[in-house]
Design a protein around this ligand. Structure first.
Ligand code: NAD
Length: 390
């Protein structure tokens, strides 16, 4: 194929030290060349870089050539000819999706969803929902047994060729690199990267140093490891992609009781806001970032997911469906309600917390005995106003 392109203005920019190849392509924007290349990576910190640069003016010629050599089944999808094909199971058809859902450039059949912490709870529900849409799904978790169970269910829906089950501890960067390499080797792209793995522990600010380290290793460095490993490859892809980081309301309003968890999730908020800005500022980026903030969801982290769901909590599926709706709408902050706390209540609690700083009140005044009456009044008045306005 490379030989066929030698009449194009083309130059090799990378050595070909491994036989593993896939193609990245980026549409040109003003003042930026289109990049299309084969890539290779083996070392942990290797970024998938292009082998070949093809100038913008030649892109449409290249596109029609690639189309002509693609199988009909892929061409009929009307997507990029460079996107890896969905190896469909003939019996499987995504259903229950609206026309708009089918049109979404990222959350769409044939594209690739990667989910960490997918052996249970929200991660498992997300994997199942992405599979229902017809996306290829790569899942990981430290709980190998439960992960394999989830994998079996996904294979029933999608077929073996569209599922990767790779046990990984996200706090270990070398395992994350292996996870990424397996995905790019198989499918050559990532459309949705969902950083969901998380753990919680009760404790105070001055006790449990080991627990603090563990919580930060998974909740914060797990995401940092995955981001640093995947994002450099994702920003070189042609098709749009997104990173979804799972934060928590506790990382915003900081309720007393889970000091390490709250601090780790506050860091996830900060990290994801920064990522969103950095991606937006890249002159050629096709990747967006989103902060997913679940409400109270009945999972392993909030008790036992085998026990009966408390009425106030949502099921993991409800939370994931809410997330998908709002991600499709392009929102950055996806603040999920539950059966106990509606969105307006969350909004007011967040505003009260921010006003602690702006108004010079004591830290966490919401839980300070001298401010209880004022907080109640603020909530009552605020809800009345919000309800009247809606
Ligand atoms: N359930 C809620 O109410 C709630 C609310 C806000 C935020 N969250 C967040 O949602 C995410 C998912 O949690 P969940 O509620 O589904 O709980 P869960 O315990 O059911 O799922 C978390 C998964 O992460 C996995 N995991 C833990 N350490 C890991 C590691 N080092 N590497 C890979 N996987 C690892 C666990 O094995 C588990 O399967 C977490 O980040 C959590 O903080 C949950």
């Amino acid at each position: 194929m490379v030989a066929s392109f030698c009449f194009l203005e083309m130059r090799s920019v990378m050595t070909r030290e491994t036989p593993r190849r896939h193609v990245h392509c980026r549409f040109g924007r003003p003042n930026h060349d289109t990049i299309c290349g084969e890539t290779a990576a083996t070392a942990p910190d290797t970024v998938y870089k292009p082998d070949i640069i093809i100038y913008n003016s030649h892109f449409f010629f290249l596109q029609s050539y690639l189309r002509s050599i693609m199988p009909m089944s892929d061409r009929s999808r009307g997507a990029s000819p460079l996107r890896p094909a969905f190896v469909g199971t003939p019996s499987y058809k995504p259903d229950g999706l609206s026309v708009a859902d089918h049109l979404h450039p990222v959350i769409n059949a044939g594209r690739v969803a990667v989910i960490t912490g997918a052996a249970s709870g929200i991660g498992k529900a997300a994997a199942l929902e992405f599979a229902k849409i017809g996306m290829k799904v790569a899942i990981t978790d430290v709980n190998e047994e439960k992960l394999q169970e989830v994998g079996k269910g996904l294979i029933e829906t999608l077929g073996e060729a569209n599922v990767l089950v790779i046990p990984t501890d996200v706090s270990k960067v070398e395992e994350v690199v292996h996870f990424r390499d397996r995905i790019y080797e198989a499918w050559g792209e990532v459309a949705v990267l969902m950083n969901n793995a998380g753990i919680a522990d009760r404790g105070t600010s001055w006790t449990g140093i080991e627990s603090w380290r563990k919580v930060f290793d998974v909740n914060l460095f797990g995401i940092v490891n995955v981001q640093q490993t995947f994002v450099p490859s994702m920003i070189h892809q042609e098709n749009q992609a997104m990173v979804i980081n799972t934060g928590s309301k506790q990382g915003i309003t900081n309720p007393p009781g889970n000091a390490a968890y709250n601090a780790s999730k506050a860091a996830v908020k900060s990290l994801t806001e920064g990522l969103s800005h950095e991606l937006r500022e890249l002159p050629y980026s096709n990747v967006t970032a989103h902060l997913f903030i679940p409400g109270w969801t009945h999972t392993g982290i909030t008790g036992s997911d085998a026990s009966e769901k408390p009425p106030g909590a949502w099921t993991p599926q409800e939370t994931v469906l809410y997330m998908l709706d709002h991600i499709r709408a392009g929102e950055f902050y996806i603040l999920c309600p539950d059966n106990e706390t509606r969105k307006e209540v969350d909004m007011l609690r967040i505003m009260w917390g921010a006003a602690d700083i702006a108004e010079g009140r004591p830290a966490l005044s919401r839980w300070h005995h001298q401010y209880q009456a004022l907080f109640k009044e603020f909530m009552r008045d605020g809800l009345e106003r919000l309800d009247a306005a809606s």
